[in-house]
Design a protein around this ligand. Structure first.
Ligand code: GUN
Length: 294
C-alpha cells in the first residue's frame, strides 16, 4: 500500500493564512505592523535566494521587511554593531542572521548578541538551552524543526511513546528536532555518520526525521511498515532530462519509501515550504511579545 503524501505546500499555506489574519488583526486593533530584519553577510547565492524568499513572504503577509546586506569582509564588530542597532529599533520585532556566516566571523558570539525576544530563528544559546531542559520553554523554536512538528501534528501522527529516529545532528535541524520530539514524549534516537547499524535503528522507528544531506540514503527496506517519514534533505541529483541538469531529491529514496511508510513528505513540496512559514509565525509572536510589554 502506498503512503499518505504529506502536502507541505498546503500546510504551509494554512500557516501563512493564520499569520496573515494575525497581522491584519494586530494592525486593526493596535495600529502596529510586525517587522523582520534580515542580515545577509557576503555573496553566497543560496543564502541570498533564501533571504529574498523570506523578504517576499513578509511582504505577502503584511509584515514589514528590513533587509541588511553586508560585504563578505565585514568585521565581527561591524556585524555585532548592526545587531545591537536592530535590538534597539522598536520597528524590528525579529532579527534573522542568515547562516552560514563567512568563516572569519564568530557565529556563536553574533547569535548571542541578538535580543532574546527578537530571536525568531530560535538559535540563541538561551533559547536552545530552554528547549533542551525539562519544564522550560523557549520563546522561539527553530523554524525547520517547528515546521516538521507541524507536519506531524497536521497528519495526526502520535508522538506520545513513539520511537523516533532523527538522522543528523546539526544545530539548525537535527539537535533541536530531537529535543522537540523528546518534549512531545517520543523515545528519541539521534543517528549520524558514525552510527553502527543505521538500518537496524530505522526499522524500530515509528517516526523518522531525515536531515543528513545525503542523497536518497534512506531506502524503503530500512523502514518500519507504517512509519511517518519527514525528509528535510534537499540534494541535487543529476538528471539529463532537466534543463539545469539536475533535480532536487531528499535524504530518503521516495519511490521505495512510499511503499512502506504510512505517511511521507515529498521533496520538493514537503518540509521546504514550512521553514519560512514558521519564521513568519515566530515574527508575529515576537510582535505580540513586544506589544504585551507596552
Ligand atoms: N541557514 C539555513 N537554514 C537557516 C535558518 O533556518 N535560519 C538562518 N538564519 N540561516 C539558515
Amino acid at each position: 500500500m502506498s503512503a499518505q503524501i504529506i502536502d507541505g505546500k498546503a500546510i504551509a499555506e494554512k500557516v501563512r493564512e493564520e499569520v496573515r489574519q494575525g497581522v491584519a488583526n494586530m494592525q486593526a486593533e493596535h495600529n502596529y505592523v510586525p517587522g523582520l530584519a534580515t542580515v545577509l553577510v557576503g555573496e553566497d547565492p543560496a543564502s541570498a535566494t533564501y533571504v529574498r524568499s523570506k523578504q517576499r513572504t513578509c511582504e505577502q503577509l503584511g509584515i514589514r521587511s528590513i533587509g541588511h546586506h553586508m560585504p563578505a569582509d565585514s568585521t565581527q564588530e561591524e556585524v555585532e554593531t548592526l545587531v545591537r542597532q536592530l535590538n534597539a529599533d522598536p520597528n524590528v520585532n525579529g532579527i534573522l542572521v542568515q547562516l552560514p556566516l563567512p568563516k572569519h566571523l564568530d557565529e556563536e558570539a553574533i547569535l548571542n548578541s541578538i535580543d532574546l525576544e527578537k530571536d525568531v530563528d530560535g538559535f540563541h544559546p538561551v533559547n536552545i538551552g530552554r528547549l533542551a531542559m525539562k519544564g522550560r520553554n523557549p520563546l522561539f523554536i527553530p523554524c525547520t524543526p517547528a515546521g516538521c512538528m507541524r507536519l506531524l501534528s497536521e497528519t495526526g501522527v502520535e508522538l506520545n511513546g513513539a520511537n523516533a529516529v532523527v538522522l543528523g545532528r546539526s544545530n539548525i535541524v537535527g539537535l533541536p528536532m530531537a529535543m522537540l520530539l523528546q518534549k512531545a514524549n517520543a523515545t528519541v534516537t539521534i543517528c549520524h555518520s558514525r552510527t553502527k547499524d543505521l538500518p537496524g535503528m530505522l526499522r524500530q522507528a515509528d517516526v523518522v526525521i531525515a536531515a543528513v544531506g545525503r542523497t536518497e540514503m534512506v531506502t524503503g527496506d530500512m523502514l518500519k511498515p507504517g512509519a511517518a517519514v519527514i525528509d528535510v534533505g534537499i540534494n541535487q541529483k543529476e538528471d539529463a532530462t532537466r534543463k539545469r541538469g539536475y533535480r532536487l531529491v531528499g535524504d530518503v529514496d521516495f519511490e521505495s519509501a512510499k511503499e512502506v511508510a504510512g505517511a511521507i513528505t515529498p521533496v520538493p513540496g514537503g518540509v521546504g515550504p514550512m521553514t519560512i512559514a514558521m519564521l513568519m509565525e515566530n515574527t508575529l509572536r515576537a510582535a505580540e511579545i513586544s506589544l504585551a510589554k507596552k
